[in-house]
Ligand binder design. Structure first.
Ligand SMILES: Nc1ncnc2c1ncn2[C@@H]1O[C@H](COP(=O)(O)OP(=O)(O)OP(=O)(O)O)[C@@H](O)[C@H]1O
Length: 239
């Protein structure tokens, strides 16, 4: 299993400002790594740079032997990487079936693969059958979020990059998403790098935790280390 290694990364939007100013993060194989930090420290920017939406100015991003700097976003699926952006990314006015069609676009030239992916999707998420011909926006917020995750899993990724998967959900629905993510790691051996604002639940499901501050590393440790040293004061960290 491959490891994602981000080393001394510098990246940003406008030419003269680095939002990430030397950030290092590792996503260990078959582990859930959570990155937390206040609004605007650069968590989403990190994911956008890993997936090639922003250029690497300095430093490196490697996935196993593969150098990801300069790799186009559309190539990630073939490398075994899926990205789940923040918020609802479903086409709410389109049916569930149409959303699934769009999600298989990246392997449209391989009809057998697309068929397999669809079959796997309905095995994994049988509840989607009932919604097949209904508008995706009619599902609850939690169901939409789960579906978004399942669509990303259609390519059978080894590494999942996920941005604030529970934002806007109530704690019960958030718990369902976190449990699902945990299963993807523990039962299926996938690797997850998750960016989260939820410092309590988001760190409780993690194997390893990074805390960022303005584009660089502040703290890091295993969940056990984190629990021992920071759990009591975590309520003060509600960013
Ligand atoms: N498209 C963009 N163009 C210019 N600046 C941007 C863009 N997106 C984000 N930024 C800036 O980059 C900085 C980091 O933003 P980023 O979205 O990575 O933060 P974050 O840690 O994910 O915070 P949040 O939890 O609020 O999403 C912020 O100052 C933000 O204003």
């Amino acid at each position: 299993m491959r490891q994602l290694e981000v080393r001394d990364l510098k990246a940003g939007y406008s030419r003269d400002i680095d939002i990430l100013s030397g950030l290092s993060v590792t996503a260990r194989p078959s582990q859930l790594t959570t990155i937390i930090g206040a609004n605007g420290v650069g968590k989403s920017t990190l994911l956008k740079t890993i997936i090639g939406q922003l250029a690497v100015r300095e430093g490196s991003i490697r996935y196993g032997e593969r150098d990801l700097a300069g790799v186009a976003t559309r190539e990630l699926v073939s490398i075994g990487i899926a990205y789940v952006p923040q918020g609802h990314a479903l086409f709410k006015d389109m049916t569930v079936a149409e959303n699934i069609e769009i999600a298989t676009w990246s392997f449209r030239s391989d009809k057998e693969r697309a068929r397999r992916a669809r079959r796997r999707l309905f095995e994994r998420a049988p509840y989607l059958e009932d919604f097949r011909q209904r508008r995706a926006g009619l599902m609850s917020g939690g169901q939409q979020r789960l579906m978004q995750l399942e669509l990303a899993l259609m390519s059978d990724p080894e590494l999942i990059l996920i941005d604030e998967p529970t934002v806007g959900l109530d704690p019960k629905r958030a718990e369902v998403i976190y449990t699902h993510l945990r299963q993807l790691v523990k039962d299926e051996g996938r690797t997850i790098l998750m960016v989260d604002q939820n410092v309590i639940a988001g760190t409780e499901v993690a194997d390893y935790i990074y805390v960022l501050e303005l584009g660089s590393n502040k703290l890091e440790g295993t969940r056990a280390e984190f629990d021992e040293t920071y759990r009591d004061t975590i309520a003060d960290w509600l960013f």
